[in-house]
Ligand binder design. Structure first.
Ligand code: BES
Ligand code: MN
Ligand code: ZN
Length: 497
């Protein structure tokens, strides 16, 4: 999707103008004669369209306008926030896309400014919403009817200052590109995305200035990654640990570490999952997909912060070489783990990835993302990710960042009363609770044993990484949940120096 900004509206077949809830409408239409304006007003008052935010109305023939006029509802300007504007932009993209034009000119130059944002910046948010929504995963659809292939390829936003808008947009576009990369790797099938192909994606970031280091199975064996390697041992794909570093901050700034679960396919292993719905487990690498997308966005926007991104990558397969329920493995931390269910594999991968990260990089904060438990969707559905943390300040920073971008987090209990549920009779810890509920909490309590007092937060994104229903900014499928959240978290708390 090409998005540009202009100080004046160029000639176009498709002109878009804004309408507010109070019935006022935009600059473009003000230039028309009284009859045309009256006709537009009647259309606005009619039907469902009352200028409500996110609604779109198409007027194919208005005298004084060459092509089609599309009115976009801009709602109540008093209620604007960057997020509301991004949603307007996303809806606008979806509506324009349905009109089957190649290009549209969107004149919103009369948008009123907000307290902390001028009009240029607000238009950048609308453009960002359009860009986020424009991504789609259709590379394998080779045989579509011509009229099924989407054509909208260019948006021109008319703004009071094209230069300023462009500047504000560049940061948002970098974040959107990170989000798109995450959605790509999450959407790709597991015969395309496996540990080594994730590594290859990470290596592509070196051209943007990201430092990338990879541990293969041999190196991990030497270092003692017994928990992670156990998960991948039934697969013909080699497990990987990928470390990506973006050092855009001051030299003396301790890094913020972000660690992702990257189970590129989770069959459950010998504790095999039922076949119904197993296909969903292609997105069990979404946590690591977010880490990848985050690092890309940081590099593209040259973020002034030091971040270490770690992906723990393995494929969980049943086979003659797979680990068995009741195996005992020795983790990198030295703690022994009784593997009572090979389907509780994400925590095993993270146990070693988290220990390695805190030990090697001594981060000021460590955050992990994981599609860790089905139980989190029982608790929170598909609206909030679960937030588990040993640090209230970190929880608060993350929750606020999430609210800002519409990637919501709900704090879950981490009380020590849950600890006994994962004590093992045979080893230091077991990888499942006793089955008396609280499955997401016992999983988080398991991870906590591998963070060694580092201020840490675990985001259980099992309900958020993918949506079978439409989401405002991402439509159906992979959401990229986490990339925008972590960008906001880093921008607000660590990049202001
Ligand atoms: N990858 C799954 C969790 C999951 C479920 C992610 C649904 C996305 C959507 C995880 O590895 C898993 O299998 N968890 C088990 C844990 C159980 C064996 C203790 C679960 O949730 O049932
Ligand atoms: Mn599993
Ligand atoms: Zn899993």
């Amino acid at each position: 999707m090409k998005i540009t900004f202009a100080d004046k509206a160029p000639k176009t077949n498709l002109l878009v103008s804004g309408v507010y809830e109070d019935g006022n409408f935009g600059d473009v239409t003000k230039a028309l004669d009284k009859t045309a304006q009256g006709a537009i007003k009647a259309s606005i008052d009619n039907a469902e369209f009352k200028g409500k935010a996110e609604k779109v109305l198409r007027l194919p023939s208005v005298s004084g306008i060459d092509g089609q006029l599309v009115l976009v509802g801009l709602g109540d300007a008093k209620k604007y926030s960057p997020l509301i504007l991004e949603k307007i932009g996303a809806k606008l993209f979806a509506a324009l896309n349905a009109l089957r034009e190649k290009k549209a000119v969107i004149d919103l130059s009369d948008l009123p400014a907000l307290k902390h944002h001028d009009t240029a910046e607000l238009i950048a948010y609308i453009a960002s919403g359009s860009l986020l929504r424009s991504w789609r995963f259709d590379k394998y659809r080779t045989k579509r009817e011509k009229d099924e292939i989407p054509v909208l390829a260019e948006l021109v936003f008319v703004t009071p200052s094209a230069k300023e808008t462009q500047k504000a947009f560049e940061t948002l576009a970098a974040i959107a590109e990170g989000n798109h990369l995450t959605r790509l790797v999450v959407s790709e099938p597991p015969n395309v995305i496996y540990p080594e192909s994730m590594t290859a994606h990470a290596k592509e970031l070196t051209e943007h200035g990201v430092k990338v280091e990879v541990l293969g199975e041999k190196e991990m064996e030497k270092l003692g990654f017994g928990a992670l390697l156990g998960v991948g041992q039934g697969s013909i794909r080699e497990s990987q640990l990928v470390v990506m570093q973006w050092n855009g901050g001051p030299e003396n700034q301790k890094p913020i570490a972000v660690v992702g679960k990257g189970v590129t396919f989770d069959t459950g292993g010998i504790s095999i999952k039922p076949s119904n719905g197993m296909e969903d487990m292609k997105y069990d690498m979404a946590g690591s997909g977010v880490v990848l997308g985050l690092l890309k966005s940081l590099a593209l926007r040259k973020a002034k912060v030091n971040v270490v991104g770690v992906m723990g990558l393995a494929e969980n397969m049943p086979s003659g070489s797979a680990q068995r329920p009741s195996d005992i493995v020795t983790s990198l931390s030295g703690q022994t783990i009784e593997v009572l269910n090979t389907d509780a594999e994400g925590r095993l991968v993270l146990a070693d990835a988290l220990w390695y990260t805190q030990d090697k990089f001594k981060p000021q904060y460590m955050i992990n993302l994981a599609t860790l438990t089905g139980a989190i969707t029982v608790a929170l559905g598909y609206e909030y990710a679960g937030l588990f943390s040993n640090n209230d300040k970190l929880s608060e920073m993350l929750t606020k960042a999430g609210e800002q971008v519409g990637e919501l987090l709900w704090s879950m209990p981490m009380s020590k009363v849950y600890d006994k549920d994962i004590n093992s009779d045979a080893a230091d810890v077991k990888n499942i609770g006793s089955g008396r509920g609280a499955g997401s909490i016992t999983a988080a309590k398991f991870l906590e044993r591998f963070v060694n007092k580092t201020p840490w937060a675990h985001l259980d994104i099992a309900g958020m990484a993918w949506d079978k229903a439409e989401r405002p900014l991402s439509g159906k499928g992979a959401t990229g949940y986490g990339v925008r959240l972590l960008n906001a978290f880093l921008k607000d708390n660590f990049e202001k120096h």
